[in-house]
Design a protein around this ligand. Structure first.
Ligand SMILES: O=C(O)c1ccccc1NCC(=O)[C@H](O)[C@H](O)COP(=O)(O)O
Length: 220
């Protein structure tokens, strides 16, 4: 079995890229959503993306972005995958895959059982699912450092690859992997000292904790 695949989301500083690479990130996410403290100007994202080694997936996170906004992002920044983190419909997901010819990961917010059917629905049109915590009213659509009840998805599988997100950090990632079976993990707040300020040691600790879980034989 290959090790866990990690996505470090919301990099804002050029120095975050080598730190993420050193920690072994498989995906690096850039946030293109003005209200977020992790939002990066196109020119900055372009510079950072250019320094990402081949083989690491560069993800553009957007929230209900228009075609014009997406055109501008993709014209300026070499992106490998779109992450849709708003209320994009399944039709919109399918249309964007077709329009840009890029894989699309759809974020789905989970708070209770009633949210689970959405995963099956988007699993029919997206290339990947991001299984995140449903944000509280008035909060940002993601990146809130909040987890959901992981037991809700224990043992569940979808027809496409998926990532677990929401409130993960070095101290709980092993438990999250054990309960959910997640093999891909997305983290933002859990590798920050303040919103939008990533920390190299926290990235390393997170990666070490995820890999250490993998190294421990299961007692089940
Ligand atoms: O990170 C943001 O600021 C953000 C803003 C708007 C929509 C989504 C956002 N982040 C989404 C992510 O991919 C996060 O990694 C994911 O929600 C988990 O965040 P966290 O709980 O902070 O680890």
């Amino acid at each position: 079995m290959t090790g866990p695949r990690l996505k470090f989301c919301g990099l804002t500083d050029p120095a975050d890229v080598p730190a993420a690479v050193l920690a072994g990130a498989a995906y690096i996410g850039f946030v293109f959503y003005a209200p977020s403290p992790r939002s990066v100007p196109l020119a900055d994202a372009a510079l950072m993306a250019a320094s990402v080694p081949a083989g690491i997936c560069k993800v553009a996170l957007t929230v209900d972005a228009s075609d014009a906004d997406l055109d501008a992002i993709l014209d300026a920044v070499p992106i490998d995958m779109l992450q849709l983190h708003g209320r994009e419909s399944p039709d919109r997901v399918a249309r964007l895959r077709h329009r840009y010819g890029l894989p699309v990961m759809k974020a789905v917010g989970i708070a209770d059982e009633g949210d689970l059917p959405l995963l099956a629905e988007y699993g029919r049109v997206a290339d990947q699912l991001l299984v995140d915590a449903r944000p509280p009213r008035g909060a940002l659509p993601g990146g809130n450092g909040l987890r959901f009840d992981w037991r809700l998805i224990a043992g569940r599988r979808w027809p496409v690859p998926w990532m677990l997100a929401g409130g993960l950090h070095a101290g709980n990632v092993a438990q999250a992997m054990r309960l959910t079976g997640a093999r891909q993990l997305d983290v933002s707040s859990g590798i920050e000292t303040a919103p939008g300020v990533k920390d190299a040691a926290m990235m390393r600790n997170f990666a070490d904790a995820a890999r250490a879980f993998d190294a421990v034989p299961s007692l089940d």
